[in-house]
Design a protein around this ligand. Structure first.
Ligand SMILES: [Zn+2]
Length: 245
């Protein structure tokens, strides 16, 4: 299994491509405003995308949806894409498309047939096809935000932890969520308004309490960073992370 990092930037960054990644080219996680630039830069075929996962409705995670939808509509995409996201997903995405291109644009009708929207609750297991499933959980963020562990045949492969502060509730999902954790590390020491996890939080709260072969990949950053303490690394756009079967 391969993760392709499309972007590593948070809502505020020094111009990094926004946080987004692909799993085996078929599951697109997050649809930030610049998602089309990132997909084309990494030469990822749009017609391989079967599922979209949106963790929450902050702009850096979903404002690219109208541009992706418009391109798929223009290309005459075959098949149906299933998009997963928090409660209110379908109304929110249709509203974004209406704001972007007008409510009478033919995109609106096309979406009805080409896109299936599934609102997810925490603690749900969703089958994505090709033997892949995700189990969802809640992050500690001001709006409803959902993370997941992805399972392949034989067990957990990796865990995705989008925007969050530290919460003890997250620990079990790290401990049982495979050998790779892609995680929001937007927090920096000494910030007045703490909304995101920092490397220091992770080193203090998680590293000593989970298996030593779990590697943490920080994303959703303010600026590019080099490898942190112990098993903490930072991703960059274009990174490929191979997940052992
Ligand atoms: Zn957010």
């Amino acid at each position: 299994m391969r993760l392709t990092i499309l972007g590593n930037g948070g809502g505020i960054s020094d111009g990094l491509p926004y946080n987004s990644f692909l799993v085996d080219g078929r599951l697109l996680c997050e649809v930030p405003p610049d998602v089309m630039m990132s997909l084309f830069r990494e030469k990822m075929p749009l017609d391989a995308i079967r599922n979209i996962f949106i963790s929450h409705f902050h702009a850096d995670h979903c404002f690219g949806f109208p541009f992706l939808a418009l391109r798929l509509f223009y290309d005459g995409m075959a098949g149906v894409i299933t998009t997963f996201g928090p409660a209110g997903l379908e109304a929110r995405m249709l509203e974004l498309c209406a704001l972007a291109f007008g409510k009478d644009h033919p995109l609106r009708e096309w979406l009805g047939g080409a896109m299936r929207f599934i609102e997810i609750a925490p603690g749900t297991t969703l089958e994505l096809g090709d033997g892949i499933s995700i189990k969802t959980f809640t992050m500690a963020h001001p709006v409803e935000t959902i993370g997941f562990t992805l399972f392949g045949s034989g067990g957990p492969r990796f865990t995705y932890m989008p925007d969050t502060l530290w919460s003890e509730d997250l620990l079990p999902f790290i401990q049982s969520g495979g050998k790779a954790v892609l995680i929001d590390l937007n927090g920096e020491p000494g910030e007045a308004h703490r909304v995101h996890l920092s490397e220091a939080d992770l080193a203090l709260k998680a590293l000593p309490r989970c298996a030593e072969d779990i590697v943490f990949y920080g994303t959703h950053l303010k600026r590019n960073k080099t490898a942190g303490a112990g098993r903490i690394r930072y991703v960059r756009p274009g990174d490929r992370i191979e997940i052992a079967e």
